[in-house]
Design a protein around this ligand. Sequence first.
Ligand SMILES: NC(=O)c1ccc[n+]([C@@H]2O[C@H](COP(=O)([O-])OP(=O)(O)OC[C@H]3O[C@@H](n4cnc5c(N)ncnc54)[C@H](O)[C@@H]3O)[C@@H](O)[C@H]2O)c1
Length: 320
Amino acid sequence: MRSLVTGGAGFIGSHLCEELLSRGEEVIVLDNLSTGSIANVGHLKDKKGFTLVVDSVLNKPVLEELVQKADRIFHLAAAVGVKLIMERPVDTIETNVLGTEHVLSLANKYHKKVLVASTSEVYGKHRDHTLSEMNNMVLGPTKKRRWAYACTKALDEFLSFAYHEEKRLPVVVVRFFNTIGPRQTGQYGMVVPKFIKSALLNNPITVFGNGTQSRSFTYVKDAVRAVLMLMEKPEAEGDVFNIGDGREITILELAKRIKKMTNSTSEIVFVPYDDAYGKGFEDMERRAPDISKIRKFIGYEPSLNLDQVLEIITQHMKNG
Ligand SMILES: NC(=O)c1ccc[n+]([C@@H]2O[C@H](COP(=O)([O-])OP(=O)(O)OC[C@H]3O[C@@H](n4cnc5c(N)ncnc54)[C@H](O)[C@@H]3O)[C@@H](O)[C@H]2O)c1
């Protein structure tokens, strides 16, 4: 089996490649290294069956050649993270919309199964309950740039389902909820690597708002396991699945826990959202998945608790 992994030099993609290669499968990565890096796949590059192509999913002739070579496609390439979206909205929208359109149309042309990575961001501003796949999207106005990421991914989902229904393309959509693990960088605003890095350097840990907003975190190896199980289950085609962990923690509690775990002398400082992202920035107070669907479908359960995952990331950062 040969898989094309777009965005395979990124955080989740590199773990997916690692797992595929460990199963004796072949992997072709297509990545433009915008937020990913050669270092993420450095330990894989000499493995049998691994190929890295540094180019963009927006380069359709290159993508077409790779789609033809592959048996199936994991489409993870995207402009990711709120910070990036706030800073480079045109790139974000074009990459996420046009990139996915190219992948789906070529997968359809050559009859290849695809898994499309979406995000919990598509749910938008719910706060009173955990999020299940058929919940409404509650998004802010189009003048608020932050919602562009959610809209691009929602459009990717619509297009995936349209290809499935109209053209019978086998496609599975997954919505990742804050996924964490080794190799994730804090450079683009991801909270866990940012906090751990600050704590290890005894620099201030910066909490946006008052820190009462809560999140749940998924261990990347669990996310990869779920992706592969869903890809291998024909009944998952044409459907969408949350991949997450139902256990929640506030961002302030997360900062305190990381500070304690690393024996850090860091001060925890609060920065208003407006200062971090500009005036009128909206964030979700709460975002936690209902994972009953994926549990029922593939028997998915998170393998580790948050402290265990934080420990793994800390050790990795210390060694790196
Ligand atoms: N990490 C999370 O918590 C999370 C949450 C929700 C959704 N997701 C989704 O999962 C996928 C992987 O995210 P990640 O966390 O690994 O982020 P990442 O930034 O590490 O990975 C994205 C990869 O795509 C590559 N890329 C970007 N534009 C490209 C282009 N035009 N052509 C080719 N490659 C391109 C980047 O260089 C990077 O390697 C994304 O689709 C993202 O939207 C991630």
